[in-house]
Design a protein around this ligand. Structure first.
Ligand code: ADP
Ligand code: F6P
Length: 340
């Protein structure tokens, strides 16, 4: 088989494990005599021809590094016809046979736009901390992000406990609750406010319930109270929730918007392994002539999913996780009643 020229880019929010993914692609490609070209800064590198050849030496000792050696970025030009045309021109000029994009659903939409004008092969790999991609149980970066958040919140718990304080902690996830719900469960948060269990219309109802619960909790030996909140959900965010608790019930809240800490750091084992499996699978898929697909992992099997299905946002937090949390809260409420 004649070697192919593979373009690789990382796009959108960077995620721990992107480097491990690039490494796996470059090493596997090398085995099959393919040539790899890395485009810098997401789609910007494709549009503005910023690229470099990637050989195995370039990916030595990057498996454990957060961020991405190819840099990442948002690229508004890709939302214009001119930008897409320029991106396709670069692919044609450099005689790229296959473009592999590591990113989230936005980045996959970029590939779907390119697909309309370009005959080459397009392969997506799910790299985002948000875990909001269909057709894969986990995205590369999610496991690290939730472990990072758990470690941070455990520390908040210590100080909250020492002062019997209430804390509101806002977590990333864009429009999805995978991070908030999984982290909230793993930290034993007293409240999780996420897309799965909250609608903005119920805001006052939810506030009343939290106020009641905090006051019941005051009689417990363990009085610290953690509210984990998904970003982009509560009107005005964590600040506003904390203000409202103060105004309506004189509850003082500590506040933590965990932010980009969740995006950085060395990938955990699960992300390194997922990244490596998917990177190698991408090279196998391109060898087989596949295009328009994302490689994902479902129930431990590597699967190919049409890109158009990967971006549908139908993968929700598992119902049993939501109900496990609710049932624990129900038991806690019963306990309060007995004590009172
Ligand atoms: P993520 O890939 O992590 O979801 P974004 O949503 O910011 O991150 O998308 C990353 C980039 O993908 C955008 O900056 C843009 O360049 C490109 N992109 C997103 N949506 C589209 C679209 N509908 N058409 C073309 N390109 C897109
Ligand atoms: O998609 C990853 C993510 O970290 C989201 O969780 C968050 O909403 C967004 O990116 C933040 O983007 P930026 O780094 O551009 O502020």
């Amino acid at each position: 088989m004649k070697g192919k020229t593979i373009g690789i880019l990382t796009s959108g929010g960077d995620a721990p494990g992107m480097n491990a993914t690039i490494r796996a692609i470059v090493l596997a490609a090398h085995k099959f005599d393919h040539q790899c070209i890395g485009f810098m800064h997401g789609y910007n590198g494709l549009i503005h021809q910023q690229h470099k050849t990637l050989v195995p030496d370039d990916v030595a000792n990057v498996i454990h590094k957060g961020g991405t050696i190819l840099k990442s970025a948002r690229c508004p030009e890709m939302l214009t016809e001119q930008g897409i045309t320029q991106a396709v021109q670069t692919l044609t000029q450099l005689e790229i046979d296959v473009l592999i994009v590591i990113g989230g659903d936005g980045s996959f939409n970029g590939m779907l736009a390119i697909e309309k004008l370009w005959q080459g092969q397009l392969i997506g790999l799910p790299g985002t901390i948000d875990n909001d991609i269909d057709g894969t149980d986990f995205t590369i970066g999610f496991s690290t992000a939730i472990n990072t958040a758990i470690e941070a919140i455990d520390k908040i718990r210590d100080t909250a406990d020492a002062f019997d304080r209430v804390f509101v902690i806002e977590l990333m996830g864009r429009q999805s609750g995978h991070i908030a719900f999984n982290v909230g469960i793993a930290c034993g948060a007293e409240q999780i406010i996420s897309f799965e269990n909250f609608q903005q219309l119920q805001k006052q109802q939810k506030l009343n319930a939290i106020i009641e619960d905090i006051s019941a909790h005051r009689s417990d030996a363990h009085k610290s109270y953690l509210i984990v909140l998904a970003e982009n959900l509560w009107p005005g965010g964590a600040h506003e929730l904390a203000n409202q608790l103060k105004q309506q019930a004189n509850i003082d809240c500590g506040l933590c918007i965990l932010g980009h800490i969740q995006r950085g750091g060395s990938p955990v084992a699960k992300d390194r392994i997922l990244a490596t499996r998917l990177g190698v699978a991408a090279v196998q898929a391109l060898n087989d002539g596949k295009t328009g697909v994302m490689l994902g992992e479902l129930k431990n099997d590597i699967v190919e999913v049409p890109l158009s299905l990967a971006v549908c946002h139908t993968k929700h937090v598992a119902d049993n996780l939501v109900s496990a949390h609710e049932n624990i809260l129900a038991l806690a409420a019963q306990h309060h009643k007995t004590v009172l």
